[in-house]
Write a protein of this length. Structure first.
Length: 445
């Protein structure tokens, strides 16, 4: 637990010249802060609260390295508050009460106390409850930071007294700008001459995957291991960076052509029932720094588009893989994705759902004025009953067959067939049921 009063002259404890680069470059103002423009841009809600000095207790929810601690420190500076930095890993109820008592003393002297709790989701219920009376009385302004969904990890009573702000991972552009600034800032390498190709800065940004701390630490390692010239300048080569990353720089622009080429290769390899190729392209993407959640989302799409009801377990498995990636992150989730990729590659194939929707979509777009058949219209008012809405409707559950001989499509489309199941895997069962259903509704059975 570190306590820092922003009235002291030695407030900037983050700028130790011997500390890690990420700490030395920690922004001290909103002008230096990178990212979160959806909250801090002109006219945005958090920016307005700061400008009005109307800071409520709040929870910052976002992935690691996006600036939650930094933002709390900047807020404390702007509001002229005493800043207390708590760690939910090492602090207990005793430490909480000590700080709360000090906060009440400060309040008597007109000094506000901002308490920042990193990883607040690690506090148990009793520890979280210890903050409640002080937040309610306004003795402190609480800012909690969490990487987990606060709806599940923060006590409802405490959460109801806090405004939740969602912080997004930094973009590659944000990180590249931050790395470029680090090369000239006097707090980092500004007093030295560092030569590094822009493409390598982009590679570091892609590798960091939205994490500013990781990006700066990687840059620092690369510079410290760079080639020193007689004039004292440092050159960071591709080979140097590869050594620092412990891998070949397979990194690529996540928004460029190679990004889409690789995801296409993964998708088409699975579609062709080739798990070896699919796992290779998966590894190429993950080791290049691709967001595992992006890959997981594509697997969910694949499960419905290419497998469908031929294997009804494909979609739940793909969704589970997404959740595992969210909980584990890299590198642990690489096996979760591998399991899903191999399963989907070997699952029986059917694109009947894809074809059904695309055909129905075409009819929907060209027949937007097709009326709903009166028999399946709702009739909540007397006027609608007088217009015969719902006349002839049969509640399927009241029948022996659990079906009624009604036409549910518009008159002009009553003979259309959208879902045309294959006989692959479990879809063969669906095909048999569908044929029975259609035969009954046509009066053929």
């Amino acid at each position: 637990m570190d306590q820092l009063s922003l009235f002291d002259t030695h407030t900037d404890h983050f700028l130790s010249p011997t500390g890690p680069l990420a700490d030395r470059l920690r922004p001290t103002s909103l002008e230096e802060y990178v990212g979160q423009q959806h909250l801090l841009g002109p006219g945005k809600i958090l920016r307005q609260l700061l400008e009005r000095d109307q800071i409520p207790s709040m929870i910052f929810w976002g992935p690691p390295g996006v600036g939650k601690t930094t933002l709390a420190s900047i807020i404390a500076g702007r509001t002229r508050s005493s800043f207390v930095n708590f760690s939910a890993v090492t602090s207990g109820i005793k430490e909480i009460k000590e700080i709360m008592n000090k906060a009440q003393e400060n309040r008597a002297y007109g000094i506000r106390t901002l308490v920042f709790v990193d990883e607040i989701h690690r506090f148990n219920k009793a520890q979280q409850d210890a903050f409640l009376p002080y937040v309610e009385r306004g003795s402190i302004t609480l800012i909690g930071a969490t990487t987990e969904n606060p709806s599940f990890e923060i006590n409802a009573a405490l959460l109801s007294r806090c405004k939740v702000f969602v912080l997004k991972e930094l973009t590659d552009e944000d990180l590249t700008g931050l790395l470029t600034r680090a090369l000239t800032d006097k707090r980092s390498f500004g007093s030295s001459t560092v030569h590094i190709e822009p493409s390598l800065l982009s590679a570091i940004a892609a590798f960091a995957n939205g994490d500013a701390r990781m990006a700066l630490n990687t840059l620092e390692m690369a510079v410290l291991n760079g080639e020193i010239a007689p004039d004292g300048s440092v050159t960071v080569t591709k080979e140097t960076l590869e050594q620092c990353l412990g891998k070949k720089t397979l990194l690529y622009d996540k928004k460029g052509e190679e990004h889409y080429n690789l995801i296409s290769a993964l998708h088409k390899s699975m579609r062709n029932s080739d798990p070896d190729a699919a796992v290779y392209w998966l590894a190429r993407m993950l080791e290049a720094g691709e967001d595992p959640l992006f890959i997981a989302r594509r697997l969910i799409r694949f499960a419905s588009e290419d497998v469908g009801l031929a294997d009804p377990q494909a979609l739940p498995l793909a969704v589970s893989a997404y959740q595992a990636c969210h909980f584990n992150g890299m590198p642990e989730c690489n096996l979760n994705l591998t399991q899903a990729v191999v399963y989907l590659s070997l699952a029986p194939r059917s694109n009947a759902l894809y074809r059904a929707y695309e055909t129905a979509k075409a009819d929907a777009l060209t027949g937007l004025n097709q009326p709903v058949p009166p028999v399946i219209r709702n009739a909540p008012t007397q006027l609608m009953e007088e217009l015969h809405y719902g006349d002839g409707y049969i509640y399927a559950h009241d029948t022996r067959e659990k079906m009624a001989r009604m036409t549910c499509l518009p008159e002009d489309l009553k003979d259309r067939r959208y879902y045309l199941p294959t006989e692959e895997g479990a879809e063969g069962i669906q095909k048999e049921r569908l044929e029975q259903s259609r035969a009954f509704r046509l009066g053929e059975s």
